[in-house]
Design a protein. Structure first.
Length: 357
């Protein structure tokens, strides 16, 4: 497996790394004092018991939905179970995400096993593909040349990207703000397709393991639905379930970086603190927000300390906010609805020149 996300994000295994390794930070950097404070508070230690409860609870809840499908049987009422199934799939994705960041355990083999089970087997989403892509994002968030999450694809994020669009993609860009959430309905399926396509890139041994688990997921998922439901109802359930799963992921990831600062590829290099804080926004809220967004509402803290266990992010927030105030770096935090408004406004403004034609 590639170097862990936290290493590529310059804070790899930050609980065990030196300050110089964390983000390329030296003893005199803006980030080093914050790192010392967070480490001294014990916020980089593992939370094995907490994650054991989360993983067990999620597995039991998934099993309960599957049991519910058998109890309801071949009825259109079974489609109502697609809603909790989608929510639990998102919870499963959050666990895989945390495993990829070495938040659950510092043992790379165990982290990979957790990621493969929760990604490939339970979701049909390639853990290796996601990690490789996510590594690059964490290393250079919102960098137009280095962050795959802002590369021109279905959506674009800069005027330069918008200006070269042609044909149907040009129409998409003109209307991308309105189409953003409808497009997320396809995200669940798109992630699976990307994972299968990425198998060609992987080393043979990893390809065999990843591919076998992806096929096992598709086989088990199809068998479950066709055993319980007629083909028509099974297709309707799968479509609804995957659409809601994609929407949930879109709701969780959209507020994090869209509409925030984008580093000038030709400008001065930011240090780790500025690179992560200026490109990220946090979402205010309580326990329900933490649960719904899988801790990604603490995006600033997560980007500064990728290997920090999820339950510690809330405790790190006041330390990070105070440090940003001390060094004069804007710390952006907003409500959930307003975060969507800001993200969509950015997409709308990027497409505006094309609408004026």
């Amino acid at each position: 497996m590639p170097q862990p996300v936290a290493a590529v994000a310059a804070v790899a295994a930050v609980a065990d790394s030196t300050e110089a390794r964390a983000g390329g930070a030296s003893a005199g950097s803006e980030f080093a004092p914050l790192l010392r404070t967070v480490r001294n508070r014990g916020l980089l230690g593992r939370r094995h018991a907490w994650y054991a409860r989360v993983i067990t609870g999620n597995a039991l809840a998934l099993a309960a939905v599957v049991a519910g499908l058998f109890l309801v049987g071949d009825s259109w009422w079974a489609l109502s179970l697609a809603v909790p199934f989608a929510v639990l799939f998102a919870r499963t994705a959050f666990i895989g995400h945390d495993a990829g960041h070495a938040q659950i355990t510092g043992n790379r083999g165990v982290s990979r096993a957790i990621g493969l089970v929760h990604g490939n087997l339970l979701l049909g989403l390639s853990y290796a593909w996601w990690n490789a892509k996510h590594n690059r994002h964490h290393a250079n968030p919102n960098h137009i040349d280095k962050d795959p999450d802002v590369a021109a694809d279905v959506l674009v994020f800069t005027g330069g990207q918008a200006g070269v669009r042609q044909g149907f993609r040009r129409w998409l860009t003109r209307n991308q703000a309105w189409l953003f959430f409808p497009l997320t309905l396809l995200e669940g399926v798109a992630l699976k397709v990307h994972g299968f396509k990425d198998l060609r890139r992987q080393p043979v041994r990893e390809r065999v393991v990843e591919g076998a688990l992806l096929v096992a997921h598709v086989t088990a998922y199809t068998a479950l639905l066709l055993t319980v439901l007629s083909p028509g109802k099974a297709l309707a359930f799968a479509a609804l379930h995957q659409a809601l799963f994609g929407l949930h992921l879109g709701l969780a990831f959209a507020p994090n970086h869209k509409g925030m600062e984008m580093p000038d590829p030709d400008g001065d290099r930011w240090g780790h603190l500025r690179r992560q804080v200026l490109t990220s926004r946090n979402i205010r809220g309580g326990a329900l927000t933490d649960w719904f967004l899988g801790g990604l509402n603490y995006q600033i803290e997560h980007h500064l300390f990728p290997s920090m266990p999820r339950p510690y992010l809330r405790r790190a927030q006041p330390l990070v906010r105070a440090h940003c105030r001390e060094v004069g770096i804007p710390y952006v935090e907003t409500g959930l609805v307003d975060s969507y408004r800001q993200a969509l406004r950015h997409l709308y403004e990027v497409g505006e020149p094309l609408r004026a034609e």
